[in-house]
Design a protein around this ligand. Structure first.
Ligand code: PLP
Length: 402
């Protein structure tokens, strides 16, 4: 082993620890649910993206078992090389109905859908204009393209600032293609992109719109089909990304759009071309979760009931939940050390949340991110509120911003 490299690793890790930026994943001893077992204790789980409780829904688990028994454990190859399992075809058709788009292409993850689609569609001679708070996987996709995109060159607009976006668009007339890309629901703040304004600007300046609905899938719009539906913008958003890994409870991501877009991606998106397909169990489970979403409004109703209750009560206690409009509820701490201390103290008080620090959010904007979901009972939420009140007072967070 290279000694210099090992020393560099050691030093870099120590720097992270000194700056309170060090992370270690907690080990779960139970399935996902309203409570999870960590270190032998059952904690109220406010850390998961399992919005609708589908990750451990018995109907979904059974569908996974059935698909594995019928089709085996693995896909065997990338789709175009080894052949596409017919379950994939069924899932893509069902998702296209769900999204009301011509076509859908499923990827192995939301990250892959971003990092595959953006560089496949935008390159030399094009420009990509981004919201400054876009998710890391959008940024990774953007960086893989040969388009102009850099913040230092003026192609990143201030968060949801439509005047700034328009200023940039005015300068971009000479590019071959223009892409505006945004999160639908911002993953660390829980606010919603002003999609109607973005679409109007795109139409005015001949730009393509891509929206990443990772956190809007299963949460906003008809049956949880996302921000395009939420705002009634059917047919006006060129590229919609959805995840199958958050509210949909399993794994994967997809792109919804025109038939031509799908055809192009099948030929040019590198994760599709060079990475093995999802296992049949995942696809079988997903067919069930999409069916549940399209026929049963109950999980979404419970999610929003809990989200409203949670947010109202945190605010009543004097916490700053930032600009959140969705179940994603950040509790602002500011300082990295306070966010990390809050996470530890909450865990001791029986609540599982994660402190979110740089580089996931900007320095000085550390927070504890909480995610109430459809599986929580009122007792769960009340108990968690009690813990927040106690720890918030202890750390001097309550009331600092009101
Ligand atoms: C989580 C997330 C992704 C990545 O989705 P995975 O399926 O987990 O890879 C992409 N975009 C946004 C906005 C996300 O929050």
């Amino acid at each position: 082993m290279n000694a210099n490299f090992q020393r560099w690793l050691q030093q870099s890790i120590e720097e992270l620890k000194a700056q309170n930026l060090y992370k270690q994943p907690p080990v779960l001893e139970s399935p996902q649910g309203g409570r999870v077992k960590i270190g032998g204790r059952w904690l109220i789980n406010l850390a998961s993206n399992n919005y609708l409780g589908l990750a451990n829904d018995p109907r979904v688990v059974q569908a996974a078992i059935d698909a594995a028994q019928k089709w085996g454990a693995g896909a065997g190859a990338v789709r175009w090389l080894g052949g596409t399992n017919e379950l994939y075809e069924q899932l893509e058709q069902k998702l296209a109905e769900f999204k009301k788009t011509e076509a859908v292409l499923v990827f192995q993850s939301g990250h892959n859908a971003n990092s595959g689609t953006i560089p496949a569609c935008f390159g030399e001679g094009d420009v990509i204009i981004s919201d400054e708070l876009n998710h890391a996987s959008i940024i990774d996709g953007v960086r893989l393209s040969n388009a102009k995109y850099k913040k230092s060159e003026g192609y990143v607009y201030q968060h949801k600032d439509m005047n700034h976006l328009e200023d940039i668009l005015k300068r971009c007339g000479d590019f071959r293609k223009r892409l505006i890309v945004t999160d639908g629901v911002f993953s660390m703040d829980g606010d919603i992109a002003p999609l109607p304004e973005i679409v109007a600007l795109a139409e005015k300046y001949d730009a393509v719109v891509m929206v990443d609905d990772a956190h809007a899938s299963g949460v906003l719009g008809e049956h949880g089909s996302g921000t395009t539906s939420h705002f009634g913008l059917y047919g006006r958003v060129d590229i919609q990304l959805g995840t199958l890994s958050k509210a949909l409870g399993v794994i994967g991501g997809y792109i919804a759009g025109s038939r031509l877009l799908k055809e192009w991606l099948i030929n040019r998106a590198r994760p599709y071309l060079f990475s093995t397909a999802l296992p049949p169990a995942a696809i079988g489970a997903l067919l069930k979760t999409v069916e549940i979403l399209m026929t049963d409004p109950e999980p979404m109703r419970r999610l929003w009931d809990n989200a409203r209750y949670w947010k109202e009560n945190l605010q009543r206690l004097g916490f700053d939940t930032m600009g959140s409009e969705t179940p994603i509820t950040p509790v602002f701490c500011g300082d990295e050390a306070i966010a990390q201390r809050m996470e530890v103290r909450l865990r001791e008080e029986g609540v599982f949340t994660l402190g979110i620090v740089y580089p996931t959010v900007p320095r000085g904007k550390a927070r504890v991110r909480t995610m109430p979901n459809a599986t929580h009972t009122r007792e769960d939420l009340d108990e968690a509120l009690g813990a927040f009140e106690k720890v918030g007072k202890e750390l001097g967070i309550i009331g600092r911003w009101v």
